[in-house]
Design a protein around this ligand. Structure first.
Ligand SMILES: Nc1ncnc2c1ncn2[C@@H]1O[C@H](COP(=O)(O)OS(=O)(=O)O)[C@@H](OP(=O)(O)O)[C@H]1O
Ligand SMILES: Nc1ncnc2c1ncn2[C@@H]1O[C@H](COP(=O)(O)OP(=O)(O)O)[C@@H](O)[C@H]1O
Length: 207
């Protein structure tokens, strides 16, 4: 299947230094850790804690955070289903480039629609797309409400808010699920530890 969009007369150019050489240099394997979940479920917290944990192990990672990317690359997008799909598509493509560069790319977005997440997965060899589901109840996320957005959504001042009047489709086939244990959310370092163990067990932390 062609990966070409609307452009004609363009050709792929191979470079002599490829992913394998970069991975050897870094002593790690490039991959995408895709964190999905409701607003307030702890995506950014996990992404940052994981980034710090990997850094302390001498591993190069980069966090693509939905909120942050909407200040630049995705500043022209809103929250309609079409805009969310385009948001996820762009981040999926950027994440693929980071993985090709040999980095552990940590993407942290609500990414509420299964189809959009699966399209990102399809951009990479399946093992290199690690979907992490922040499976936290809406009541917990809404109780946290660090930005006051749930309150605004409940008051009808934000329309189409995920979990309130816009759907969140949980993954059917995620690699890692972060859940409460006996009604308590694991500490950020525990959540990050779960992901680091997965990466270690699958050989991503060595070339
Ligand atoms: N309508 C609506 N629905 C959901 N979220 C909203 C909305 N409007 C603004 N926000 C804020 O935008 C952040 C989510 O951006 P994302 O790029 O991750 O969203 S998406 O993946 O395109 O659905 C999200 O950040 P997080 O709370 O970190 O998830 C919200 O702060
Ligand atoms: N494991 C955790 N334990 C306790 N509080 C947490 C945990 N993870 C996140 N939080 C808190 O919950 C709020 C939302 O977390 P955040 O990472 O911003 O979520 P998201 O990126 O999914 O919107 C923040 O105030 C954060 O400090």
């Amino acid at each position: 299947m062609t990966t070409l969009g609307n452009s004609a007369n363009i050709f792929w150019h191979e470079c002599p230094v490829g992913q394998t050489e970069r991975q050897k240099l870094l002593n790690q394997k490039g991959c995408v850790v895709w964190i999905t979940g409701l607003s307030g479920s702890g995506k950014s917290t996990l992404a940052c804690t994981l980034g710090r944990e990997l850094h302390s192990k001498g591993k190069l990672s980069y966090v693509l955070d939905g909120d942050n990317l909407r200040h630049g690359l995705n500043k022209n997008l809103g929250f309609s289903p079409e805009d969310r799909a385009e948001n996820i598509r762009r981040v999926g493509e950027v994440a693929k480039l980071f993985a090709d560069a040999g980095l552990i790319c940590v993407a942290s977005l609500i990414s509420p629609y299964r189809k959009d997440r699966d399209s990102c997965r399809a951009l990479l060899p399946n093992a290199n797309f690690i979907e992490v589901f922040m499976n936290m109840p809406l009541s917990l996320c809404e109780g946290r409400d660090p930005k006051g957005l749930y309150k605004l959504a409940r008051a009808g001042k934000i329309k189409g808010f995920t979990g309130i009047d816009d759907p969140y489709e949980p993954p059917l086939n995620c690699e890692i699920e972060i859940t409460q244990k006996s009604g308590v959310c694991p500490a950020p370092c525990e959540m990050a530890g779960q992901v680091v163990s997965y990466l270690e067990d699958r050989g991503f932390l060595h070339a």
